[in-house]
Design a protein around this ligand. Structure first.
Ligand SMILES: Cc1cc2nc3c(=O)[nH]c(=O)nc-3n(C[C@H](O)[C@H](O)[C@H](O)COP(=O)(O)OP(=O)(O)OC[C@H]3O[C@@H](n4cnc5c(N)ncnc54)[C@H](O)[C@@H]3O)c2cc1C
Length: 422
């Protein structure tokens, strides 16, 4: 790879930061520029709703690398800089500050932004979202004992925020439109287990409840529910999902469909442009379908693999339909995510879609168990509650091309390692 090449990465967060690192680790000697709209060094987001919400710590705790790393590795950081447009013909990225940055290869790791609540009053002061470190600072600056915190959305982010607010002794109400918690991510039975957990920590859960408006005199003071009831609020935290920042790709004529469409190697419909992380819609062999993932591990692993593919891809890639993937590494995400709420760690692998029955290993009432989602004799997904030690082997079992027996999976007297050896 010639050292007069310039690789530009737009989106300086987890996927982008790891991609830049991966280029240098793989020996790329050309120029690397990392363009990011936020003013912070690339950082991980999971602590935003966990450790950083519950402590006065600064962003250093979540940074991928310190400033010295970028200096020593000659990675040009363009922070506080929004990329506005890609000119694919000229191979430039036009930035909001007027600069045009030339590239030989471009990687888009623009991630996602929060979905906003489409009701009157959603823009009142006191209504917060949780996606970046500034959001964490704003929320934690408002969490005071006895204050009424209303969380809208019973997914991971909303529930982690609810647990954080309880840690500050706030009065917490969670409003969720669906009739269960974490509905997209786990079986109803796990949602119920988490509903009990939150109730046992004093959270008022309102399931199956829509929000009609946020009301107040110059600031959020109450949330009006569908049906007319109201819940008083000093602070409202909204966690109702995210949407990919794919407009810059769509405007440049790249294929976009619920995110930037990439192939197994992270290539977009332009052979000079790649994408990774929350922004992209990628094939997944295990699921047998395309998927847009929103996970730490995907951002990291895909960012790193696709960066190496940027280096290895043939330079005169014509995009003429010929298979020119020799030397590239296929990326298939392992579909692993986790959430921490109170002192409970839940790890998940696979997707709880399309399963036929659940096999419980351990008793839910004991607070430590593993749950297998079965389709015929195959494991389709696994959840481990406070049982991370079983996760690695359970994951291998899920990906093993073989059948398992329900009774053996459920038998806590037999180690999963033994069941795997079968
Ligand atoms: C509060 C929170 C908690 C989480 N907890 C977990 C967890 O426990 N487990 C887990 O697996 N996952 C978790 N996640 C998800 C995980 O953090 C994300 O999947 C991951 O951050 C995705 O990384 P990314 O780099 O693809 O995108 P992002 O993190 O969204 O980063 C994209 C970056 O690109 C920038 N950008 C966008 N457009 C432009 C542009 N035009 N020009 C310049 N810059 C641009 C953005 O400002 C942003 O900095 C959590 C996420 C949040 C928000």
């Amino acid at each position: 790879m010639s050292s007069d090449q310039t690789f530009v990465i737009v989106g300086a967060s987890h996927a982008g930061g790891r991609a830049a690192q991966s280029l240098r680790m793989a020996g790329f000697e050309g120029k690397v520029a990392l363009i990011g709209e936020e003013s912070y060094l690339p950082y991980e987001r999971p602590p935003l709703s966990k450790q950083l919400l519950m402590s006065p710590d600064g962003i250093e705790r979540a940074e991928l690398n310190p400033q010295s790393y970028y200096d020593e590795n000659d990675i040009t950081l363009m922070l506080g800089c929004r990329a506005e447009r890609i000119d694919r013909h000229a191979r430039t990225v036009h930035c909001a500050d007027g600069k045009d940055i030339e590239y030989d290869r471009l990687m888009l790791t623009t991630g996602a932004r929060v979905r906003t609540l489409p009701v009157p009053g959603a823009d009142l002061p006191g209504v917060h979202y949780l996606r970046d470190f500034n959001d964490t600072l704003a929320i934690r600056g408002r969490l005071e004992a006895g204050d009424r915190t209303v969380v809208i959305g019973g997914g991971f982010i909303g529930l982690e925020a609810a647990a954080g607010a309880r840690k500050y002794d706030c009065d917490v109400t969670v409003i969720e439109a669906a009739d269960r918690l974490m509905g997209r991510a786990v079986a109803p039975e796990i949602g119920e287990w988490y509903a009990d957990l939150h109730r046992s920590h004093g959270v008022d859960l309102r399931l199956g409840t829509g929000v009609e408006a946020i009301e107040g005199d110059g600031k959020a003071e109450r949330v009006k529910l569908a049906g007319g009831d109201t819940v008083d609020a000093d602070l409202v935290i909204v966690g109702i999902g995210i949407q990919p920042n794919a407009e810059i790709a769509a405007d440049a004529g790249l294929e976009v469909d619920n995110g930037i469409v990439v192939d197994l190697f992270g290539r977009t419909s332009d052979p000079a442009i790649f994408a990774a992380g929350d922004v992209c819609n990628q094939p997944n062999d295990f699921l047998g379908t395309r998927v847009r993932l929103e996970s730490y591990q995907n951002a990291q692993d895909q960012g790193m693999t696709v960066a190496r593919n940027m280096m290895a891809a043939p330079h005169d890639g014509t995009g003429d339909g010929e298979d020119d993937s020799g030397g590239l590494t296929a990326y298939i995400d392992r579909l692993w995510v986790w959430t921490d709420q109170y002192d409970v760690n839940l790890q998940m692998v696979g997707m709880p879609r399309d399963y036929e029955r659940l096999v419980w290993r351990g008793a839910p009432e004991d607070g430590t168990f593993t749950l297998f989602y079965m389709k015929g004799p195959r494991i389709a997904a696994v959840n481990a509650v406070n049982n991370g030690k079983e996760m690695r082997i359970a994951e291998r079992m899920m990906y093993a091309d073989r059948d398992f027996d329900d009774a053996q999976l459920a038998d806590t007297e037999t180690q999963l390692r033994q069941v795997m050896k079968g």
